[in-house]
Design a protein around this ligand. Structure first.
Ligand code: AMP
Length: 451
């Protein structure tokens, strides 16, 4: 199977070949012909499967072969791609530019956290393809900087994460601004790594007779990723992490923490141990996030410490190691996190440092992925069996009965924001200490033994 067999134009096939893609990935082979036909799709594709090109290539083909009917020089927005994060929006924007380099379509990327005026200027000149995060898009619509009345194709990328992030109302508002759906009308493409009831509900109101594309089993982890658990005491995680990075000479590691504060603290600890690291999370300015990602990609820092939301959609070629410094409390996030490695068929390694407090999280993850992750205790970092589990989250303040009745807190983000990751802070405060133990553990992978 080649890209030209899929029915894509020569300009697109040329751009893709120059990028070095030889064959379509499974999601591309399945989705491209269906999208070219104009059908709606619901695709269960994990990150790293090549899904971005899976929807971008046929989208570019359709837009370039079916010119718009507006006579003015300023093209209307004909394709709208909604994504949960700024990073993902920027990456999709890069893909659209790259795959469309031999076409004359215009695109723009818009997201919050940066000055809105350059975005307004760009939109004023007219764009065919708009890649946006929901909040900023609504701001721009409200300021009448953009009209969505001519959108022919809507893409919801990483729809599950957009819902997790509380964007459902914004998404519904945006959909209400679009022209009619249905065959012959607007085409809708929904991509999601996981399928909750809420996603199905969204899909049933949005998609018209969709084709289902599913390339990896739902809620399972990519086959090319080796997964390991290192049991360790909560206070020794930072030390173990520094040891793993140093003794294995890893030069590109993505590390996940549960909180922004935890990400900052861990970054400081790693830097103090001589490991070049940067944190990437929602409290960092867009400039700092872009810089950290660029430094990580070019190798001037070896560790990027990220929270789930910031790391969503990061596309770093052949990222070899992902480390869960803390397990996520939402099991699906584990699948997303480890999907950062093992991309497009490359081998990857996902390691989780798990302390006694996180046993329930681990159980939830293993139930979701339907497999047990091998435990490997590192010599010198054996967990102390006398340490008792403590709650990871701060106890909630007792609520007054009247509030408790009405104070619905279904939003995961709100819950997450309340999280107080005591275990992480403790580990980070101590940093890589007890050199004696570190020495004892020093050596290589052979010092690992199965628990
Ligand atoms: P995605 O799942 O869209 O984030 O893509 C994951 C990675 O796979 C990106 O680095 C793409 O550049 C790469 N990729 C996409 N399609 C192909 C292909 N057909 N052959 C090789 N690599 C690809």
């Amino acid at each position: 199977m080649s890209f030209s067999n899929l029915g894509l134009s020569t300009e697109i096939v040329r751009a893709v070949s120059e990028k070095g893609y030889r064959h379509p990935t499974p999601v591309q082979a399945q989705a491209i012909p269906v999208i070219l036909e104009g059908r709606d799709i619901m695709a269960g594709a994990q990150t790293g499967t090549g899904k971005t090109a899976g929807f971008t290539l046929p989208l570019l083909h359709r837009l370039s072969t079916q010119p718009h009917s507006v006579s003015s020089k300023k093209p209307p927005v004909r394709a709208l791609i909604l994504t949960p994060t700024r990073e993902l929006a920027a990456q999709i924007g890069e893909s659209v530019t790259l795959y469309g380099k031999y076409l004359s379509l215009k695109s723009a990327v818009i997201f919050g956290g940066v000055n809105i005026n350059p975005q307004i200027k760009k939109l004023n000149r007219g764009v065919d393809i708009l890649i946006a995060t929901p909040g900023r898009l609504l701001d721009l619509v409200n300021q009448q900087a953009v009209s969505l009345s001519r959108v022919e194709t809507l893409v919801l990328d990483e729809a599950d994460r957009m819902l997790d992030m509380g964007f459902i109302r914004d998404i519904r508002k945006i959909i209400a601004l679009l022209p009619d759906k249905g065959r012959g009308g607007r085409q809708n493409l929904l991509f999601s790594a996981t399928f909750s009831d809420q996603i199905r509900q969204l899909a049933s109101g949005l998609l018209h007779d969709p084709a289902y594309v599913e390339v990896a089993r739902r809620n399972t982890t990519v086959e090319t990723v080796t997964q390991t658990i290192h049991p360790v005491d909560r206070t020794r995680k930072a030390e173990l992490l520094a040891w793993l990075i140093g003794s294995n000479n890893w030069s590109q590691v993505l590390v996940f923490t549960r909180t922004k504060h935890g990400a900052n603290k861990l970054t400081t600890v790693l830097e103090k141990s001589g490991i070049k690291a940067a944190a990437i999370h929602g409290n960092k300015s867009q400039g700092a996030r872009t810089r950290a990602l660029a430094d990580f990609k070019k190798g001037s820092i070896s560790v990027l410490v990220a929270t789930d939301i910031a790391a969503r959609g990061l596309d770093i070629d052949q990222l070899p190691h992902v480390i869960n410094y803390e397990l996520p409390n939402v099991p699906e996030d584990y699948v997303h996190r480890i999907g950062r490695t093992g991309r497009a068929g490359h081998a990857g390694e996902a390691i989780s440092l798990v302390c006694v407090d996180e046993r329930d999280f681990l159980r939830g993850i293993e139930r979701l992925i339907k497999r047990e992750i091998p435990r490997v205790v590192i010599e010198g970092f054996e967990p102390d069996p006398t340490i008792k589990a403590e709650p990871v989250f701060k106890k909630r303040q007792p609520q007054r009965p009247s509030r408790a009745k009405t104070g619905k807190s279904g939003n995961q983000n709100k819950n997450r924001a309340r999280n107080n990751n005591r275990s992480q802070s403790t580990a980070a405060n101590r940093g890589p200490s007890s050199r004696g133990n570190q020495k004892k553990a020093n050596g290589n992978q052979s010092s690992r033994r199965a628990a």
